[in-house]
Structures are given as structure tokens and as C-alpha cells.
Design a binder for this molecule. Structure first.
Ligand code: GLN
Length: 242
């Protein structure tokens, strides 16, 4: 950590914040405070510079045009790339996931370069849009329970050799490439198609990021009743698709 206060950066709320993704910032912040940790949340709009001294960067989803604008500005800014080179943690959802990869297809149908901090490449799925509940078992190295999320995307994502699948699908489209994978990760950088917001449904993700930032193996327990009730409801919904 850069100093005594944990620095949580919420990237481009004006462009990338669909399906309640801002909830991820609220959950990380709350679970840090519940452990008595001092946390500073920094919301960075797209006309501002991305700080390079953050500990955790959260990026949300977005529609196709805002996604292109965000990618252009983040490339020009360079802050996320510098932060990752310094060991910062990134958790990106949907459009954010596509942006942190090597490239994606933009709203004009052209190949748009991403930030290249995660070895994935997104392509346009010519079939039906992936919309609905997701249930997925996470890479066992990460020690997380099955995750529940909500997806709504047209892009599909191919994982390159330096990244691994974040999870294996029980239900849902995920990366959409037919290999049953959902999201991707490498070291401290994570991408997923799961909105929800995914950390309200799966607060263990927020704890995983906090543990990485603090370099500890465990955190003090907190009251999980509300989260567990939401998880149970969404897992039941995902198990019985409409
Ligand atoms: N525009 C992207 C796609 O459709 C991401 C959508 C999103 O963030 N929900 O693939």
C-alpha cells in the first residue's frame, strides 16, 4: 500500500457505470471500513487525470460509444498502465474488461486498441446478445465461492496465453467463445462480464481485492446475512432461467 490510507479509484463514473457497477466501489469501501481500515475513495471523471498511486482501481461497464471514448481517454492518460506496472490491483467489468484487454471492436465496427494490461482480445459476437443471470465457479487459486452475476453484452472475449479464465460457467454466456469460461485474470488484474453489481452479490471478491492490497491472508469476519440472502436469491434465479 502506498500510505496508511487504502486508495480506491473508481474510474470514469460518467462513461462506465451501467447496471449498478458503482455498487462495487461502495462494497469495497464499506467492507474496508467494517474492518477499521482507513479508505479514501477517488472518483475520476473522464476529463480528469487517473492517479497512479491508487491501490485498487475499479472500472465498470458501458454502452458501445462511451466505451470507445473511455478507451481513447484511458490510453492517452496512461495512468492505469503506470499503476499496474507498479503493482496496483484492477477489477474491471464488461466494457471495462474489454478496455483493459489488447483490443475490442468499437461502435464504428473497427478494431479499437485497449490498454493491454490483461492478455485478452474481444470480438463481436454475430449471434444473440448475452443477457441474463450467470453462475460460475471461480479459478480455485483465488479461493472464492461460486459467483453470481448479471451479464448484458454483445462482445465475446478470447483469452491469450498470459491470462487465465476467471471462472467456469454453470449458467450464462461468459466469454462467449464456447469454452465455458467467464472473465480472465493475471496477477493483480481481473476482468469479468458480471454486473449485478457483482460485489454486492459476491462480497468475497471485494475481500480478495482488500487482501491483495494489504498483503494479508485473512480479514476479520463481518455480518454477511444481507449478502447471503441476496446471493441465495440470485443463485436460485440463475438456476431456473426464464
Ligand atoms: N459494449 C460492450 C458489449 O456489448 C459492453 C457492454 C457492457 O458493458 N454491458 O460487448
Amino acid at each position: 500500500m502506498s500510505d496508511s490510507s487504502l486508495r480506491l479509484v473508481w474510474v470514469y463514473p460518467d462513461l462506465l457505470s451501467t447496471y449498478g457497477d458503482q455498487g462495487n466501489a461502495l462494497v469495497v469501501e464499506r467492507r474496508a471500513r467494517q474492518r477499521g481500515l482507513d479508505v479514501t475513495r477517488i472518483d475520476v471523471r473522464s476529463d480528469q487525470q487517473v492517479p497512479t498511486s491508487g491501490d485498487i482501481y475499479l472500472i465498470g461497464g458501458g454502452e458501445d460509444r462511451p466505451q470507445r471514448l473511455a478507451a481513447e481517454r484511458l490510453r492517452r492518460d496512461g495512468g492505469i498502465n503506470r499503476a499496474v506496472a507498479n503493482g496496483a490491483i484492477v477489477f474491471a467489468v464488461c466494457a471495462g474488461y474489454q478496455i483493459i484487454g489488447n483490443e475490442f471492436i468499437n461502435d464504428l465496427g473497427r478494431v479499437e486498441p485497449g490498454l493491454g494490461v490483461l492478455d485478452v482480445r474481444s470480438v463481436r459476437n454475430e449471434g444473440a446478445r448475452h443477457v441474463g443471470d450467470v453462475l460460475a465457479d471461480v479459478d480455485e487459486r483465488l479461493g472464492l465461492p461460486p459467483l453470481t452475476g448479471f451479464e448484458n453484452h454483445q462482445g465475446n472475449t478470447v483469452i491469450g496465453p498470459s491470462a487465465r479464465p476467471f471462472a467456469r460457467l454453470r449458467y450464462g454466456g461468459g466469454n462467449g467463445t464456447g469454452d465455458g469460461t467467464e472473465g480472465a485474470w493475471c496477477d493483480t488484474v481481473f476482468g469479468t462480464y458480471m454486473h449485478g453489481p457483482v460485489m454486492a452479490r459476491n462480497p468475497q471478491i471485494a475481500d480478495m481485492l482488500l487482501k491483495l492490497a494489504l498483503d494479508v491472508n485473512a480479514l476479520p469476519p463481518v455480518d454477511e446475512r444481507w449478502y447471503e440472502a441476496l446471493r441465495a436469491e440470485r443463485i436460485a434465479a440463475a438456476s431456473q432461467p426464464a
